[in-house]
Design a protein around this ligand. Sequence first.
Ligand SMILES: [Zn+2]
Ligand SMILES: [Zn+2]
Length: 553
Amino acid sequence: MKLDPNQIHFIPYKGSEEFACNFNFYAYKGKWLIMDCGMGIASKHYPMVDLLLPDPTFIEKRKDQLVGLVVTHAHEDHIGAVPYLWPRLKCPVYCSPFTAEILRRKIKEFPACKKMKITEITAGSDLDLDPFKLSFLDITHSVLENLSTAIKTDKGTILHTGDWNLDPNPPLGKATDGEKFKEMCKDGVLAYVGDSTNAQKVGFTPSEEEVSKGLIEIFKQQKQRIAITTFSSNVGRLYSIAKAAEAVGRKVVVVGRSMNNMIGAAKKCGYLNDVPAFLPPEAFKKIPRDKIVLITTGSQGEARAALSRIAQGEFRGVKLDAGDTVVFSSWKIPGNEKEINAIQNKFVAAGIHVVTNGNCGDHLVHTSGHPCQDELRSMLSWSKPHIAIPVHGERIMLDAHGALAQECGVPHVIVPQNGSVICLDRNNPRVIDTIETKFLGVEPRRVIELASTALSARRKLQYTGVAFISMVIDKKNKLIDDPQIDMVGLEDHGTPAEELMFNELYGEIETTLLDTNNNDLDAIEEEVRIVIRRLLTHRYGFKPNVVIHVYRG
Ligand SMILES: [Zn+2]
Ligand SMILES: [Zn+2]
């Protein structure tokens, strides 16, 4: 792919069709800039794959022209892939002090990242990554020290919003300053590249202040233990929970590794130092039932997280009883509903109350960190872009964001897909190409291509089972002994049904060998495989895997 070096190009490689793996590239004068490098959670569709990463091959081929990677904030969909992909890119990394602290903690477990150079940037600071001149502004979001970026070039300025909302009263950090945005954009914005998450929702995202108040009211109503789960990265929410606990005279105990890690990082960066101590799990047993608030990881139903283990009664030293309450101070990320519902049902069956945004009256126990339509309108009116490119979300959200930008009078709206190569030519902005984009999957011990045949074979085995058959034949293709048959996932071992099936398979193999005109072993194997597969498909109504080995005796 050849790009005109005199035009700025933007490629949303991943993150513009899903809530995951944000990985955006800007190219100008032969140089490349990466904005964010996030991961995603793999669905059950990919057995033994925990995480998704964007495949960096495209940008790796251009790593000599890379000026840097900016990580806008510490959410996993923006930072999570850095430790895995940086060894292939080896470029300088820029982020806010809190994001840097999180990143330093992450890469401790990745020796290949030892030489990573992380430069801390703050709102108001400028960064010269020739030909890009970057400046940063604070913007509220459900994480600390989130930054919006103005990417300035001699061809114009791009406002890369990152994730954001306009919460007027965040519990920690500053509220978004609209005047500063107007000032930053006063010389004109060539392109606006912005968060589409809530673009279908009218009005404003409720403030975290509403959640702080809601939590106090909900806490007041509880007579026994309170457990509360939220995203560990939402340090402002942890602060609100601690304040609410303090207001009702309860102590806070924290369980879950990521939660403790996040609290440690926040404290190191000067946050959470004006709330009572967060106590370790050992304190759980020593605090009376009506005096405790337990903060736990696992709001998305993750099997290995603390909340799921508590629901199963498998978390040592922490047990909830009938009459206790679990508050889900979180939303259900699309795709996780089943797992979350399963945990909630488990609690309810045990007589434990479950509180969510949907069942606590007028109170709120969660709010989003992303902008609704009125907030998007504000940002578009501050920045008055020539081109609007909605990113960060699924297609339906990107489309809604695009329609809103049009309604706000933006002259050019381009709704991209992953891999769109967008030329930001002022006179004729357009998609000039689409590059293929891939995911990688993180297994416990390796990273593989998600489209690999090994992985699809594993998935198939999971669904359809397998029959292994080996046999030895003589020169006349006659069986020398009974074939060896092993079936996995098709019959219960040692049952009459299995015996019956084996006999049927023996008969079918014998007849096939008797009738065959083939003499080549590979051809015989294939012929037997087709016959057996047909028989099993007929019996079960689905197509099991069949592996045949034929040897000459
Ligand atoms: Zn975010
Ligand atoms: Zn995000």
